[in-house]
Design a protein around this ligand. Structure first.
Ligand code: ZN
Length: 95
């Protein structure tokens, strides 16, 4: 059986070449939006989690080094307890 299709409208070389930058721009825009969306989701997920401090170093000059596994930040505290605030809160107002 033969399929009778109407012939596709042949694009002239000029039309194909002018549509390439537009398609490229749309593709880049979609990619950027997707990246921003993923980045914001990641930030929101990290913000919802509590900081999990892990001791990263012994006391030196009465300071204990801590490592936040949630935000991947290092911080120091003077006592035996982990820092109250993570460094992520210092950057949250930016942007
Ligand atoms: Zn943290």
């Amino acid at each position: 059986m033969k399929f009778l299709k109407p012939p596709a409208p042949a694009a002239t070389p000029d039309e194909t070449w002018t549509s390439v930058p537009i398609l490229l721009g749309i593709a880049i825009a979609v990619l950027v939006v997707a990246l921003i969306y993923m980045w914001r989701r990641r930030r929101a997920r990290i913000a919802a989690q509590r900081c999990q401090w892990r001791r990263a170093g012994g006391p030196s000059a009465n300071l204990h080094k801590w490592y936040c596994q949630t935000c991947r930040q290092e911080a120091f505290s003077s006592g035996d307890k982990p820092p109250k605030e993570c460094k992520r809160y210092l950057h949250s107002t930016a942007l």
